[in-house]
Design a protein around this ligand. Structure first.
Ligand code: ADP
Length: 449
């Protein structure tokens, strides 16, 4: 039984995990950098411990400080949230070596899925469809040329250790391959300290569709449907919805079943997400995220299951309390990621919040650590709030989202609220007719000042 959880994160996700703990009667320990001493996740915590200076590598990524904080506070588990240490297999192993439960999958599963080349092989072996491309790592330009020719242009060169949309480069034709190859290798080395790359067919109009799973390590695995995360800028998700407007029920059931069987076959435990590109009715694996995701609330809204609660229960050794046939999906949910940034230039806009009012009402959820007078620090990710709206169908959800965005007041800094207001009014979005490149075009066509 887990009685006390240290939350190794900050901002809205630290609060989100804290809320689940409180509802389960579990004590929670917040950790924070000096810059976050006044943050809401610290103010609402049962206990809090300062773990270092503002830069993340000295605080939220400081594994020794975090393990020490867990030991001092007698926490029997650590939830890493997303980002920071959530996909660091060495950290997960270190936590377990200290007899602390890591609320997530095993270090081996984190390591496997963190290597995208190994992950692709592993999931292909258990029946997940993958994109054509290189069979593993590509180690020379000559090999790259040959594989690209066989695969057919355009192709995408990706970093084996990639993440956050970095280390990817498209080559449209043989002439562009050498530059793309050198660029991707160099960026992979600089960004991830690992220059291993691989080649994949580049899809021109896919949607990004991902399937949420929950597994208890006792052989019980369920899927919680899909999320459509095609609205991206620079490969970063901006708005997500569930269910996907692009799938019919047959496709939905089929991919859910495929993913469930695959996750069972690899012996996975905890929450996880298998991400796909979807084009012309076919799914192609891109990666598995071995952690809670930013966009998990849209799934929670349509299936009424608290994912953090289930992660905690499973980490404590409990079996899942439900079967696939117990899960019912209701209505439609959309999440807007609200960033502290200029809606036109996308430059970060940290600073002190003046007036603050979060929207409310039926079907409206705001996950955020903001409050009036809070100063958004410049050191971390610019996402400051998630607005999640749920309604009986997509149309009503859009009307509710429009209303909720209008109601949201975050004074003192620039936010991406106007971008969301613009994009949810676009006819293509209203019709559910968009792919992963749509938002870039939409942004490029926004009228100038
Ligand atoms: P990361 O781990 O950096 O997020 P992913 O492999 O998940 O990388 O890809 C991120 C995004 O990049 C996808 O959501 C999609 O928009 C785009 N992408 C990835 N692979 C391809 C591909 N083969 N063809 C077209 N777009 C792709």
């Amino acid at each position: 039984m887990i009685e006390k959880i240290l939350i190794a994160n900050r901002g809205e996700i630290a609060l989100r995990i804290q809320r689940a703990c409180r509802e389960m009667g579990i004590q929670s320990v917040a950790v924070h950098s000096i810059a976050d001493a006044d943050a809401m996740h610290v103010r609402l915590a049962d206990e809090s411990i300062c773990i270092g200076p503002p830069p993340a590598r000295e605080s939220y990524l400081n594994t020794h400080a975090i393990i020490s904080a867990a030991t001092i506070s007698n926490a029997d588990a650590i939830h890493p949230g997303y980002g920071f240490l959530s996909e660091n297999a060495d950290f997960a192993a270190m936590v377990e070596e200290h007899d602390i439960a890591f609320i997530g999958p095993s270090p081996d599963h984190i390591r496997l899925m963190g290597d995208k080349i190994a992950a692709k092989k592993a999931v292909a072996d258990v029946g997940i469809p993958i994109l054509p491309g290189s069979d593993g790592e590509v180690t020379s330009l000559v090999d790259a040329q040959e594989i690209a020719m066989e695969t057919g242009y355009p192709i995408l060169i990706k970093a084996a250790a990639g993440g956050g949309g970095r280390g990817m480069k498209v080559a449209e034709d043989p002439a562009g391959l050498e530059e793309a190859y050198q660029f991707a290798r160099t960026e992979a080395e600089l960004a991830f300290g690992n220059d291993a790359i691989y080649i994949e067919k580049f899809l021109s109009q896919p949607r990004h569709i991902e399937v949420q799973v929950l597994a208890d390590g006792h052989g019980n695995v369920v899927h919680l449907g899909e999320r459509d995360c095609s609205l991206q800028r620079r490969h970063q998700k901006v708005l997500e919805e569930a269910p996907s407007p692009a799938l019919n029920q047959t496709q939905r059931d089929a991919i859910g079943e495929t993913v469930t069987q695959a996750v069972k076959a690899i012996g996975y435990k905890s929450a996880g997400t298998i991400e796909f590109l979807f084009e012309d009715g076919e799914f192609y694996f891109i990666e598995m995220n071995t952690r809670l995701q930013v966009e998990h609330p849209v799934t929670e809204m349509i299936c009424g299951i608290d994912l953090v609660r289930e992660m905690i229960r499973v980490a404590g050794g409990a079996p899942l309390g439900f079967k696939q046939s117990d899960i019912r999906f209701h209505g439609h949910a959309i999440e807007c990621r609200i960033n502290a940034e200029d809606p036109r230039t996308f430059n970060p806009s940290p600073g002190r919040i003046g007036d603050y009012h979060a929207p409310g009402g039926l079907g409206v959820r705001v996950d955020s650590g903001l409050y009036s007078g809070y100063a958004v620090p410049p050191y971390y990710d610019s996402m400051i709030a998630k607005l999640i709206v749920h309604a009986t169908n997509r149309n009503e959800c859009l009307m509710r989202l429009r209303r909720a965005l209008e109601e949201f007041v975050i004074d003192g800094i620039s936010t991406s609220i106007p971008l969301h207001q613009g994009l949810i009014g676009a006819p293509d979005f209203i019709n559910g007719d968009y792919d992963i490149h749509w938002l870039e075009t939409f942004v490029a066509e926004l009228p100038g000042d």
